[in-house]
Design a protein around this ligand. Sequence first.
Ligand code: ADP
Ligand code: MG
Length: 226
Amino acid sequence: MNEIVLQAERVTKTFHDGELETQVLKGIDLKIARGDFLALMGPSGSGKSTFMYILGTLLRPSSGNIEVAGKSTREVTDAELTRFRNQHIGFVFQFHHLLPDFTALENVLFPSYAHYGRETSAARARAIALLTRVGLAHRLDYSAKKLSGGQKQRVAVARAVMMQPEIVLADEPTGNLDREAAREVMDLLHEMCAAEGTSFLLSTHDPQIAERCDRIVQIVDGHLVD
Ligand code: ADP
Ligand code: MG
């Protein structure tokens, strides 16, 4: 078996809102190996986003542990996690989360800038190569807010793989796109998986999207089923 890049061990999550207690995840185990391309399914409200935030170390589980690139994140401080996450995990969200007033190129460069504190020529070359690969060589200097929905999501894909993370977590990356743009983004994710050796976990409730993944896992009543 390939090297495990991301592992969840007995992850639970309970939200407390005053008197109200919602147990969303009830003990989830998951192993993702290098190069895996997984779909995470489940009805709206089943906990897909919660689980992805926890896998991405953006949210702490109530119990259990997440290991990324062989490192347990339980004992790691939030400040260390920010740096660690930037190097090892890429994100694509349903609503792209680009910086609207920055250009496509600046958005893709951002993770590298955050890491090195400056723009390096190697990073610039890589960012341009990635934007070319996602079909946006002619939009490098467009501010993100002027791009179409599909183009924004392609910039987000380039940004997600910029630091050559072990894993990219994509939370309903095509949920906001029409069929054609969704298909293009899916093609790109597959291409990036093959070209960069990056693993992908993407959540969706679209069976057509899920069918194109190597493995489908589903959250059912707080548990994960293959
Ligand atoms: P999905 O992405 O599958 O639609 P979510 O992970 O967004 O599901 O939500 C799962 C459940 O957890 C929902 O019932 C939601 O209301 C609840 N939930 C999510 N975030 C919070 C929060 N910060 N506080 C309280 N409840 C939350
Ligand atoms: Mg969600």
